[in-house]
Design a binder for this molecule. Sequence first.
Ligand SMILES: [Zn+2]
Length: 442
Amino acid sequence: MKLFVTGMVVLGMTGYAFAQNRFDLLLTGGHVIDAKNGISAVRDVGIKDGNIAAVAEHLDPAQALKVVNVAGLYVTPGLIDIHVHVFAGTGERNSYAGDSSLYPDGYTFRVGVTTVADAGCAGWRNFEEFKDKVIDRAKTRVFAFLNIVGAGMRGGRFENDLKDMEAAPAAEMAKKHKDVIVGIKTAHYAGPEWTPVEHAVEAGTAANIPVMVDFGEDRPERPIQDLLTKKLRPGDIYTHCFSGLRHELDEAGKVNQGMIDGRKRGVIFDVGHGGGSFAWRIAVPAMQQKFLPDSISTDLHTGSMNSGMKDMLNVMDKFLAMGMSLDDVVVRSTWNPAKEIHHEELGNLSVGSPADVTVLRVENGNFGFTDMYGARLGGKQRLAAELTIRNGKVVYDLNGITRPEWTTLPKGYTQTGNTAWDAITPARAGRGGRKGGPPAKQ
Ligand SMILES: [Zn+2]
């Protein structure tokens, strides 16, 4: 009976399909990079009911509702950007809980990102507004680091208020929304005290989640060596690791011993490029000294989106330009960040995992990449997102590789996809016109 009902639904959508397909969507011939499973090789990837159903050298196309040939392209887990600012829509000026933030969907799928983590725009006082206004409405999977500041990232007046950095209510909010809140953030603090870090760690410990630190103003009273070797716990995250703003390289140009010692203890190092946190003169020597970041992230906000930082792929490109292999770049944009935010169901293509999948093209040519100061580094490769799949459905398709040629379709065609794999062209509302708008007033 269940099969019959499913079959009716599918037939209703397309007129052609059968319910017995082993796969709703099958990607064939692409080079799969899946660090969790140790795969970097040509593989077919089968998707069913929103999950990865099979990864193998050959999967039978006759068992798939939709087959897409991705030969010559790279198939990776959906990219995960753990440092963005997306608490848009409140109308507050000069605030990351407002105008400095961006709605996520315009900046994610088109560059292969399926999951983001907001880096502390909201604190416990305004998190539920953020959840309602953005997180619950986005098509992108949105997690959040909760700011240790109760008011969130609303500017210096709030972010330097030691009285509003209470661990208990932050931990309570994190536990209440543990499906969405993946960590505690401290950021932008200008004073000499350790209070923001200490209270963030206290909240993180109580809620059993990591702390992400933007270490704010450089203060001699609280050097990064002490932060990384004494204050943070293994698994806590130091973001903006190549900014150079807090002695990440010492006077001699060597990676700060505190960074090396912190890494040995298990502290995580994240890029967090942003508008003012990535310099070639720091990143290149650090990479030459084999101090690679654990995760690659953008620090996307209105002040970074059109600066040296362009988008997630642009930040990944920069690591290719510095000589990192594509496999090493991809693991830092998928599996590593998934582990860092304790969401190991993501960032991999294991059977049963949510089918968040990105298909990338490596373009060869003469390209250039700029840092926070506008300094340039040339490169020969650039990544482009051909296809982005979220929960098993195509949400972005740059060149229409999943679509039929229009000349092959019936005269007067309307629907060209199938809701089993297609989220781009859902069924039209019908002749009555487009549906939408707010619900009618009661
Ligand atoms: Zn940030």
